[in-house]
Design a protein around this ligand. Structure first.
Ligand SMILES: [Zn+2]
Length: 207
């Protein structure tokens, strides 16, 4: 039987999701800043695929940034996080849709170790399919914040990310002008006729 001093109180999982341009990164940055103000120790990560603005920061479309370490994979994340885990109370991960399903048991483990985990990521692809591990992480979460953007056709709340154009190039993360937020009425699923996986992205530094 554990004494109260030995028991670890489980942490919490918060997921911030929605389409592009819905303010997910801003909301993640806001929560991490508040945690820092509360003198909690924060570690923040993002997959090494989003070269949108800075290699080592979360960037929102409104130019707010927060220091974030890039990781190439879930194994990489585990390798950099666990050595410092005893000194960390809050773990933030942005663009979590680009991580493999191995992030799911890692997050479950972090919760049981008493950490507060805050994830940001797209819930749906440009084909309106569930995006990577995000739907399952939403199901596991203590709190899900689903943000909407503004439909660029009619101004109503938008839950979809519309890919524009017929380019056969692989999806470019965060490329201005390639994507718009759209409501259900004005969204047309983007079907990639080349059959390439949306998860197999090539991030370009020149966008
Ligand atoms: Zn619309």
């Amino acid at each position: 039987m554990q004494t109260p001093a030995q028991a670890i109180v489980p942490g919490v999982l918060e997921v911030i999701t929605g389409p592009m341009f819905s303010g997910k990164s801003e909301e993640l940055i806001r929560r991490l800043k508040r945690a820092r103000i509360a003198r909690q120790r924060v570690a923040c990560y993002k997959p090494d695929i989003d070269l949108r603005y800075h290699r080592t920061a979360i960037a929102s479309h409104s130019q707010q940034t927060h220091d974030a370490q890039t990781v190439r994979s879930v194994e990489d994340l585990r390798a950099v996080l666990f050595p410092i885990l005893a000194d960390v109370e809050v773990v933030g991960i942005d663009e979590v849709q680009f991580l493999s399903a191995e992030v799911i048991p890692l997050v479950a483990e972090l919760i049981m170790l008493g950490k507060r985990i805050i994830l940001g990521g797209l819930d749906m692809t440009f084909e309106a399919e569930p995006f990577g591990p995000v739907p399952q992480l939403m199901a596991m979460a203590d709190k899900v914040t689903k943000l909407s953007a503004v439909c660029m056709v009619c101004g109503q709340p938008a839950i979809h990310t519309q890919r524009l154009g017929q380019s056969q190039e692989l999806v470019v993360v965060g490329a201005t002008g390639l994507y718009e937020a759209r409501c259900r009425t004005h969204f047309t699923p983007h079907v990639d006729e080349s059959g390439s996986e949306q998860l197999e992205l090539v991030a370009r530094a020149d966008v």
